[in-house]
Design a protein around this ligand. Structure first.
Ligand SMILES: NC(=O)c1ccc[n+]([C@@H]2O[C@H](COP(=O)([O-])OP(=O)(O)OC[C@H]3O[C@@H](n4cnc5c(N)ncnc54)[C@H](O)[C@@H]3O)[C@@H](O)[C@H]2O)c1
Length: 441
């Protein structure tokens, strides 16, 4: 079977029914069965993907900064290079895309890639507006059994995520009542940067702005170190959602993974005064999450920038956990960071006999390498943990919290229709794009 025919057939077979002889030509890692990958955004976070994608065929590279393009081309000399991701996605031999561009282009790239039949790994956050999250989900659901998708929340593979989920599900805190997550990264900027001359000839600033409104060039947007440069631009409304999409994507995932949460039916955000240029540093958002088949309706919250949940005990200082999650149940509390967790039975009554930890054989299996999990899924081997259904709902909820914060009141949300009960909030569910840019192209 030819390589593309093989990849197509495994993708359409779906993960469940596929049995491959691992030692033959047709094994997932047999030479002819490598994926043809395009890397969009070839420096910074893109570099973190070099080792993983080097095991496949990297056939295309795209970056708006030609220096960064040349940097990656040294590593992948056989790849065709582009400065416009729309042109890159039209390269005929592509199977899969790894997207590490700026946040305001993620939903665009995700839709365009899936509409062209490409598997996609997209760095967090998956979207920059509620509408973007919903459109990405709709595109994904149309292609669900054909395409492997993963949101780049790689901390999800830390085994503590599984342990926290097991404790919540197995009743370590009795019946779940509420949960929250928080982050304490604080980056304050007064407003968009002033004009600072023309961009260098090898930096395609207009393509970097992409669908967002035009802003003057300023090199300070790109003064960060590799893998941290997003912290120079992600707090500006037109380019990101600040800590909501940044650490919020990772830390809410720690909570969300244990909740089987759907979309909220309400959102309430409060924080510092709204700045028209920059997303808030200090913010808290609260959501009502409907009941599901194993737990009642719960309250879920996100805190950032110094806003913090109340500690369940005077001897636990939550401020010492920079990025954490807490689950409160009828009989106790779990407090977790990415790597560890503690269990506090409530008061002196609980004897813990209600808690039946699962046997070792029933533990949730480890994910292993998170990026590799996606590569395997592209080849029909297994599923991803953070597909665009899971990931789009998480970011939709988080971004809805920002909408409520901006209108300054609690809003009700109809997740089926994608509408709130407030006309002003409904306006903020979507962004207006520059002419020539299509979200679902
Ligand atoms: N999963 C994680 O832990 C993690 C860590 C860091 C960053 N990220 C995410 O990765 C993304 C990139 O962050 P970064 O710090 O590397 O930012 P960055 O500003 O360094 O951008 C990365 C590269 O993408 C290029 N680029 C940006 N927009 C582009 C576009 N439209 N087309 C082509 N190339 C484009 C840049 O020129 C740069 O080379 C962000 O969305 C960020 O949230 C994720």
């Amino acid at each position: 079977m030819k390589r593309r025919a093989f990849l197509k057939s495994v993708a359409f077979t779906g993960a469940a029914g596929l049995i491959l002889p691992r030692t033959t030509l047709f094994g997932a890692n047999a030479p002819g069965n490598k994926l043809n990958i395009a890397l969009l955004g070839t420096w910074g976070r893109g570099e973190a993907h070099f080792a993983g994608i080097a095991k496949e065929n990297v056939v295309a590279l795209c970056d708006v900064n030609e220096k960064h393009l040349a940097f990656a081309a040294q590593k992948f000399p056989g790849a065709t290079t582009y400065v416009d991701w729309r042109k890159c996605l039209d390269q005929k031999d592509l199977d899969a895309v790894v997207c590490c561009t700026a946040d305001h282009t993620h939903a665009f790239v995700a839709n365009w890639a899936m509409n062209r039949g490409k598997h996609i790994y997209c760095e967090k956050p998956l979207a920059n507006s509620v509408e973007e999250a919903r459109v990405v989900r709709a595109t994904y659901l149309k292609n669900k059994n054909k395409l492997a998708t993963q949101v780049g929340t790689q901390r999800h593979a830390i085994e503590n995520f599984n342990r926290v989920r097991e404790m919540v599900r197995d009743g370590a805190i009795g019946e779940l009542v509420e949960a929250c997550a928080w982050g304490n990264r604080q980056l304050r900027k007064p407003g968009y940067l002033p004009a600072a001359g023309e961009p260098p000839a090898d930096f395609h600033w207009d393509l970097w702005l992409g669908p967002s409104p035009a802003h003057p060039w300023n090199p300070e947007y790109f003064s960060g170190s590799s893998g941290m440069n997003c912290l120079q631009w992600n707090m500006y409304w037109d380019f990101g959602s600040g800590q909501v999409g940044d650490m919020g994507s990772h830390t809410m995932d720690l909570a969300w993974n244990a909740l089987d949460a759907g979309l909220p039916v309400s959102a309430e955000g409060k924080g510092e005064p709204v700045n028209p240029d920059v997303s808030p540093v200090k913010l808290e958002t609260h959501f009502d999450i409907p009941a599901n088949d194993w737990r009642p309706a719960i309250r879920l919250a996100w805190y950032q920038g110094g806003a913090m949940p109340e500690s369940p005990s005077p001897y636990v200082d939550l401020n010492r956990i920079d990025h954490g999650a807490m689950f409160e149940g009828s009989k106790g509390v779990i407090i977790a960071d990415f790597n560890s967790r503690i269990l506090l039975p409530r008061g002196n009554q609980p004897d813990m006999t209600y808690y039946h930890p699962r046997t070792k054989a029933k533990l949730i299996p480890p994910i292993g390498d998170f990026q590799q999990q996606w590569v395997n899924a592209c080849k029909g081997n297994g599923k991803t943990s953070c597909d665009f259904d899971y990931g789009s709902k998480l970011i939709e909820m988080m971004l809805l919290g920002l909408v409520s914060y901006r209108v300054g009141k609690k809003i009700k949300y109809d997740g089926t229709a994608g509408q709130t009960d407030d006309p002003q909030a409904n306006e903020l569910l979507r962004r207006t794009y520059r002419p020539g840019w299509t979200l679902n192209g």
